[in-house]
Ligand binder design. Structure first.
Ligand SMILES: NC(=O)c1ccc[n+]([C@@H]2O[C@H](COP(=O)([O-])OP(=O)(O)OC[C@H]3O[C@@H](n4cnc5c(N)ncnc54)[C@H](OP(=O)(O)O)[C@@H]3O)[C@@H](O)[C@H]2O)c1
Length: 266
């Protein structure tokens, strides 16, 4: 009798870091469940993954800005008899508008996807993992988690939440066989900048600060989760950047970050 392959559920798998995380798990012999809104992109990634790695890739389209989506996803997995060994909470987006000028629906949708869906999916899948004494959660936070980000205040706050929740729950789960990892990427070349409308900012524009590839970031997150590391900051420069708030007054940090984030605004 063959042992079934472990399964990784990856949200936000239709592009960027999530697509490369799905490739990492498939390369490592996991079946994958690919979740996002864009079904066509998920379907072509599923074809690629099945062809390249010989694992099963299942597509479940979902809009995680719908508060019912995480529970529907959990129910759908149960109905298909699929057990999640690795939950990758990667879906997320930002917004480069100052808070008072930001679109209400986009802001609340961001909180729903970056915070509520991430929490709800952990809440749904963690008890089973603890019961089986086996499982991993990989939450994609950001270096935005380490300081306030004037110009992207809500986004940075959502990532501070993801980091804090990951660390807290990771500690609670010590000794259970289940680990939680927060991956904190810095600027990474994906669709993120266009969706957040920040492609002109010094932090993101090509050539002004180093921008990592999604594949590099995904490899780092995958390895950290595999090792059960609680927090991983992708890349040396980002590690230095993430350390800066520990030795710099908050008043200085928010000024510097605000300047970087505002520098492309017309
Ligand atoms: N790129 C960076 O510089 C950077 C830096 C630090 C952290 N991050 C984080 O990395 C994660 C991945 O982003 P990325 O950089 O790879 O950007 P991306 O290419 O835009 O990918 C975002 C993913 O999230 C999905 N998503 C967005 N809204 C969704 C919704 N309502 N329901 C379901 N899925 C949704 C998108 O799929 P659909 O549009 O098909 O739904 C897409 O697959 C995010 O959490 C982001 O905050 C990115």
């Amino acid at each position: 009798m063959t042992t079934p392959r472990p399964l990784a559920l990856v949200t936000g798998a239709s592009s960027g870091i999530g697509a490369d995380l799905a490739r990492e798990y498939a390369r490592d012999g996991h079946d994958v469940v690919l979740v996002a809104r864009t079904e066509s992109a998920l379907a072509s990634l599923a074809d690629e993954i099945t062809r390249d790695f010989g694992v099963t890739a299942t597509v479940i389209p979902a809009d995680l800005s719908d508060p019912a989506a995480p529970r529907n996803l959990f129910d759908e997995m149960a109905a298909r008899g699929l057990t999640v060994d690795v939950l990758v909470n990667n879906a997320g987006f930002g917004d480069g508008k100052p808070f008072a000028a930001s679109d209400h629906a986009k802001t609340m949708g961001m909180i729903q996807v970056n915070i509520a869906a991430l929490t709800d999916l952990m809440h749904a899948f963690l008890p089973g993992m603890v019961e089986r004494r086996r499982g991993k959660v990989l939450n994609v936070a950001s270096t935005a988690a380490f300081q306030a980000g004037p110009g992207m205040s809500v986004y940075c706050a959502t990532k501070a939440y993801a980091l804090s929740l990951s660390e807290g729950v990771a500690e609670e789960l010590k000794g259970t066989g289940v680990t939680v990892t927060a991956l904190c990427p810095g600027p990474t070349r994906t669709n993120f900048m266009d969706v957040a409308d920040v492609a002109d900012n010094a932090l993101f524009s090509k050539g002004r600060v180093p921008v990592m590839t999604a594949a590099e970031v995904a490899r780092i997150g995958f390895r950290a989760a595999k090792a059960g590391q609680v927090v991983v900051v992708a890349g040396l420069l980002n590690q230095i950047g993430a350390f800066a708030p520990r030795i710099t007054p908050r008043s200085v940090m928010r000024k510097v970050t605000g300047r970087l984030l505002a520098s492309g605004r017309h």
